[in-house]
Design a protein around this ligand. Structure first.
Ligand SMILES: [Zn+2]
Length: 240
């Protein structure tokens, strides 16, 4: 059962990690996009995947109309995922301003993306309806008690939604049927927060599934992924 879950979690294939600083040393850093909207990655955990440590990031969007948290990481251990040896840095134990979050988006409901949802009880948590149905019904999909933790209230979304001016949710199926990305207007080209649409850069370099093709078709300035420390950029925008 644990292996089934692990494989599902890793669906999309091989994980290639850059070597370098240990994930625990990674500091979130702010990236100002157009002067008004800021996107900040926050390190919340790392996991052992195929023999290597894989970081888990969530992302904060600071918008003039509100603060949006994209995914919530993990806050506790669970026997179902102990084979991945989680090392946690939960949002509620790192000085993160929980009360300052106005709304939450779950790209999808795998355990490492929704484990902190309980910290935001009573706040709207936006997820695609398909994703919520699958998380509640399918076996070996996630840690179900983390999805429907006490007080957690979902806003089910069918398809595209403008969350705030210049911030929209877009279904990007592939990694899961109901996964969505957050597209932030940042001038000529958008910034995308893509969760696990790609687990590693190669999946955007050589897109295979619908969600990966969709992200590429947006011609983004850069793409933040949940399990990569740096953002991905299209080849024609990379420094040589
Ligand atoms: Zn996932």
């Amino acid at each position: 059962m644990v292996h089934v879950m692990s494989r599902g979690y890793l669906s999309g294939g091989r994980l290639t990690r850059q070597t370098g600083a240990a994930p625990a040393d990674v500091k979130g850093y702010a990236v100002t996009t157009d002067g008004a909207i800021t996107i900040t990655p926050v390190f919340v955990a790392d996991l052992l995947a195929e023999g290597e440590r894989m970081p888990v990031f969530v992302h904060v969007i600071d918008h003039p109309d509100g603060r949006v948290l994209v995914d919530t990481g993990m806050t506790e251990l669970n026997e179902l995922v102990m084979d991945m040896d989680p090392r946690l840095r939960p949002l509620d134990e790192q000085g993160f301003d929980l009360a300052g979050v106005d709304m939450v988006v779950n790209t999808h409901l795998h355990f490492d993306h929704c484990g902190g949802n309980h910290l935001f009880a009573g706040k709207p948590i936006y997820v695609q309806r398909q994703e919520l149905e699958d998380a509640r019904r399918l076996d070996d999909y996630t840690i179900r008690e983390w999805v429907d933790a006490p007080g957690v209230e979902y806003v089910s979304v069918d398809g595209e939604l403008e969350l705030l001016p210049g911030v929209r949710l877009l279904p990007a199926p592939g990694h899961t049927r109901g996964i969505q990305v957050v597209v932030v207007d940042t001038g000529e080209h958008p910034t995308v927060i893509a969760g696990d649409v790609a687990v590693w850069f190669g999946q955007l370099d050589d897109p295979q599934d619908e969600g990966q093709h969709l992200v590429r078709a947006l011609d983004p300035e850069l793409v933040w992924l949940a399990h990569e420390t740096e953002p991905w950029r299209p080849e024609h925008r990379r420094a040589t």
